[in-house]
Write a protein that binds this ligand. Structure first.
Ligand code: GLC
Ligand code: MG
Length: 422
């Protein structure tokens, strides 16, 4: 992927549970706010890295449950598995580093001598990670005795306690911080270190992330708060955000002046969002936000809005619906009058992922994107392309839609498709 070969304007490395994902936010609003900010302003030249304790199995489950974006890099199993891109290609170099002074069988043998340890599910036992549950009051003493025992057996391990319950045993060179250090070193050697890096986490296994750069979310767990008090209280590069989860990440982007921090979802006057169409990625994000808010009746039922959306489309612009039906974009948008508020008070969200613009010539842009829709219990998705042309000569000239095309993503076809956009 080309973007992995260029210096990222911003690299965000974020933990998932209780950091990017707020399990107490049923509407997932802060996550959706982050998503539209990222896709409109950062996706094209920045890198999104998820760093989670979850194994690939549990990570994939979470992605099905929550409206999460597709990261450029996924670090799973507490920094023991690094994969790239959509197809999650593993980093073999990292596996080699982890094999040093590590023997999973010895770890299993020694840990079996501690009745205080309860083995976690089979999916969470990985090549370089053995995980247990242990009660808080026993954690410290067992960790100490276990480190001794494993050292005696010639291993060099790292034991991490998280969330007041999880105990992970990893090779000494593993962990979220080490995995990030490995990535940063790799990018530096290849000549494209990120311009800025922001790390975000809330629990024990995230602590070592902060030995690299900067930030912690509000609902931080006890062990991380303790780490902060002992190690980072006066460090200006670390903040303890006052907003929860993904909203805290947006707050940190603003605090450290890392780039735009106004999510298109938070723009109160929607005509501002529709007017600001000089960036093709932003235009796609703004359009689908308009579509969601229109159907949820969260914006006014106003001809002014519809005419400004229509004004952004060339009169001959066409749209190919995932079912194959082609019509003019003007027709489609005029048809939206009939569905104003049809999703009011219902579970209905639309978000876009992997919005990637490519410039075709001085006036034309092609944008690829995935559109996701959560409607009641059903989630469906379509892969799309949009072509835009700028009306004038300068880069700041307004963009007009020339063509849109969507195709269902296999396995995510809706039972009943909307006559409008996917
Ligand atoms: C995730 C993993 C678990 C691990 C914990 C803390 O919950 O599924 O195996 O112990 O993170 O790192
Ligand atoms: Mg967490």
């Amino acid at each position: 992927m080309d973007r992995l070969k260029a210096p990222a304007r911003l690299m965000i490395v974020s933990d998932l549970d209780h950091t990017m994902v707020d399990h107490h936010d049923k509407e997932n609003l802060s996550l959706l706010r982050f998503n539209s900010l990222w896709e409109a302003n950062y996706r094209h030249d920045s890198l999104l890295v998820f760093s989670t304790g979850r194994s690939p199995t549990l990570y994939k489950e979470l992605r099905k449950e929550k409206p999460m974006l597709t990261p450029d890099i996924t670090i799973m199993s507490v920094g023991t598995e690094i994969t790239y891109g959509n197809s999650m290609v593993p980093d073999d170099g990292w596996v080699e580093v982890l094999n040093q002074k590590w023997d999973k069988n010895i770890v299993k043998e020694e840990t079996s001598k501690f009745p205080e340890l309860t083995l976690q599910a089979e999916t969470e036992q990985r090549a370089h990670k053995v995980s247990f549950y242990i009660q808080k009051d026993k954690a410290q003493i067992v960790t100490k005795a276990l480190s001794e025992a494993l050292k005696q057996r010639g291993l060099d391990v790292k034991i991490i306690y998280s969330g007041g319950i999880d105990l992970d045993i990893l090779p000494q060179g593993a962990g979220k911080g080490q995995a990030l250090a490995y990535l940063l070193q790799k990018f530096k050697t290849e000549g494209h270190p990120p311009v800025n890096t922001l790390v975000c986490g809330d629990s024990g296994n995230d602590a070592e992330l902060f030995s690299i750069p900067e930030y912690m979310v509000k609902n931080a767990q006890e062990e991380l708060l303790q780490w902060h008090a002992e190690n980072a209280k006066d460090n200006k590069k670390i903040i303890h955000a006052t907003e929860r989860c993904a909203a805290g990440i947006i707050q940190a982007i603003g605090h450290f002046s890392l780039g735009p921090n106004l999510s298109p979802r938070d723009v109160t006057d929607f005509s501002d969002c529709l007017l600001e169409n000089v960036n093709p990625g932003h235009e796609v994000v703004g359009f689908f936000l308009f579509y969601e808010k229109w159907r949820r009746a969260e914006i006014e039922n106003s001809e002014i809005y519809l005419s400004s959306v229509i004004a952004n489309c060339c009169p001959s612009a066409t749209y190919v619906h995932p079912t194959g039906i082609e019509q003019t974009l003007h027709n489609c948008i005029n048809g939206l009058r009939g569905c104003y508020g049809d999703k009011q008070g219902k579970q209905y969200r639309v978000w876009v992922d992997q919005v990637l613009p490519t410039q075709i010539d001085s006036k034309t842009w092609l944008v690829k994107f995935d559109m996701w829709v959560l409607s009641g219990e059903e989630q469906h998705a379509a892969r799309g392309t949009a072509i835009f042309s700028s009306k004038g000569e300068s880069a700041s000239d307004r963009l007009t839609w020339i063509r849109g095309h969507q195709t269902w993503i296999k396995g995510y076809e809706p039972k009943e498709s909307s006559p409008f956009f996917g």
